[in-house]
Design a protein around this ligand. Structure first.
Ligand code: AP5
Ligand code: MG
Length: 187
């Protein structure tokens, strides 16, 4: 089973993705974590990506597409996975749809974590104080929210046509939201 967690920055994709992946024994693939690890390691890809991430902009598809291809080709991702933070653009969605399609697979569920903007900002500012993630600054947060609306939110309509989008109210407790996710996907 392939599940995509879709939602604005700070909506809980990482938090809920971890719970879901553990519960269903699926690998979780998180492009943001892969990019942050590459930036920490100072690889050429990481150094290139960090410039965009720190500004709250999307890393160009030219960089991301090969990363997604590589992740989907891994043995542990052949039967299912939880996708956190990708696809995030129409071009990425096309790659994911095509790659799974060639394997006679498809995205089974899209979980849209729906959280009011003031709560998103509150969470990211709280995390900034605790963890110091370099894109949790007021300027980068503003850009990330705009980029989400412009480039990623249109994917909702793309997938809604297939009837696989579940809107999950994302502003309860972590446990309440996890329970709701379990209910909507039926396992
Ligand atoms: P990415 O790492 O994906 O970050 P993001 O989308 O901005 O989202 P976050 O990780 O900030 O939030 P989340 O939804 O995972 O929520 P979380 O569970 O952490 O991407 C970062 C950057 O990398 C992008 O801006 C881009 O530059 C680049 N990038 C990544 N993927 C890319 C792609 N495919 N294409 C191009 N560029 C890409 O929760 C947030 C906080 O709230 C946490 O502190 C958490 O503890 C807390 N929290 C969670 N749930 C609750 C709750 N129910 N109540 C209260 N607090 C909660
Ligand atoms: Mg995350």
């Amino acid at each position: 089973m392939f599940i995509l967690l879709l939602g604005a920055p700070g909506s809980g994709k990482g938090t809920q993705g971890k719970i879901l992946a553990e519960r269903l024994s699926l690998p979780k693939i998180t492009t943001g974590d892969l990019l942050r690890a590459a930036a920490r390691d100072g690889t050429p890809l990481g150094r290139e990506a960090k410039k965009f991430m720190d500004d709250g902009k999307l890393v160009p598809d030219s960089v991301i597409l090969s990363m997604i291809k590589e992740e989907l080709a891994k043995p542990e991702a052949q039967q299912g996975a939880v996708f956190d933070g990708f696809p995030r653009t129409a071009v990425q969605a096309e790659l994911v749809d095509r790659t799974l399609g060639e394997r006679t697979q498809r995205l089974n569920h899209i979980l849209l974590l729906d959280v009011p903007e003031e709560e998103l900002v509150r969470r990211m500012m709280a995390r900034a104080a605790q963890e110091g993630r370099s894109d949790d600054t007021p300027e980068a947060i503003k850009t990330r929210l705009q980029v989400y609306q412009r480039d990623t939110a249109p994917l909702i309509a793309h997938y809604a046509e297939r009837g696989i989008v579940h809107r999950v109210p994302g502003n309860g407790t972590v446990e309440q939201i996890a329970t709701e996710i379990q209910r909507v996907i039926g396992r």
